[in-house]
Write a protein that binds this ligand. Structure first.
Ligand code: GZL
Length: 307
């Protein structure tokens, strides 16, 4: 009998899930934890298999995670590089393995831009400028404005750029002076410890605290109160991130302004991974949108925050 049609139903070949290896730098702050949650949720939502490694702020652990992703032959690697330097060799290994790489949140300094496909993250320089503009608006009528600065992780993209943006805005103002600037690694504990040392050395001269993130600002608030001064009154506080706890303190008048830094990058990352796998070209730089909040808006924002 000719032309017998094969009627048995053929299962379509199972569509293999995209596998993404993500090296997260740590869990040092509320921002970081919100960032991790956003990435886990977005991977789930997108049906992308996420291999997640937390490096506890160790660059060496990030290198180990990336080597394990290469061994696992993941489809895409994403990294949130804890500091900007020292990445060239490992990123060359990733390129040699033929695995596309996405930078998320922070940037690694590389001489060869082909070592990564795109960098998704905030404009930290602009965040620093916004903080500087706020301080000038708030204090311009006064003289001898002594400023102390809690820097985040030394050598990280946000700390470098938030420091530069802030300085570029205040540099022409003679009445503004940065008295002390020290790293406090984006954590509550370090923020409290370093602020305590600032107060011991020059308590009476400090008019403004510029903190590179909320966790350090919250620690500094405790140090200021233990020293016997009023945060938000005796010492004006400007912070970056926009976490719920910072909004609560702002509603109490203990923080004066918060520059938002959006941690919810999960959907952006998964969209980039999907487009990459579909062979579409991606912009080299994807900037996340964000704003600035002051005391007047705090009440309305508290509780609305997703992180
Ligand atoms: C900024 C991010 C910073 C946050 C901190 O995008 O890298 O790291 O500002 C976090 O809270 O620890």
């Amino acid at each position: 009998v000719k032309n017998v049609v094969n009627l048995t139903y053929q299962e379509p070949a199972p569509v293999r899930k995209i596998v993404l290896g993500f090296s997260q730098l740590g869990s040092e702050s509320a921002w970081r934890n919100a960032n991790t949650m956003s990435i886990r949720e977005a991977a789930e939502e997108a049906g992308i298999e996420l291999h997640f490694e937390n490096a506890d702020q160790s660059q060496t652990k990030q290198f180990e995670a990336i080597r394990s992703f290469i061994k696992q032959k993941v489809d895409v690697i994403a990294i949130a590089p804890v500091i900007e330097s020292g990445w060239e060799p490992i990123l060359k290994e990733v390129k040699q393995a033929g695995i596309p790489l996405i930078m998320l949140d922070r940037l690694a300094n590389v001489s060869d831009p082909s070592l990564y496909v795109t960098y998704i993250g905030s404009d930290f320089y602009e965040e620093g400028r916004k903080a500087g503009k706020y301080v000038i608006d708030k204090m311009s009528s006064k003289d001898n404005i002594g400023i102390v600065e809690l820097v985040g992780t030394e050598g990280s993209t946000p700390s470098i750029a938030r420091g530069k943006g802030f300085r570029d805005v205040i540099k022409d103002r003679a009445n503004f002076k940065i008295l002390k600037s020290e790293p406090a690694d984006f954590t509550f504990e370090q923020g409290k410890k370093v602020m305590k040392s600032f107060l011991t050395k020059m308590g009476g001269e400090i008019r403004v605290l510029y903190s590179h993130n909320d966790d350090m600002a919250l620690g500094a608030i405790e140090a200021i109160e233990e020293y016997g001064l009023r945060p938000g009154k005796d010492i004006i506080i400007i912070s970056v991130d926009g976490t719920n706890k910072a909004f609560e303190k702002m509603a109490q008048g203990k923080i004066n302004s918060v520059v938002e830094c959006n941690p919810l990058l999960g959907p952006n990352l998964m969209q980039a991974v999907n487009e990459l796998i579909q062979g579409r070209s991606l912009p080299k730089r994807i900037v996340t949108p964000e704003s600035v909040f002051t005391e007047t808006m705090a009440e309305a924002e508290v509780g609305k925050r997703k992180y």
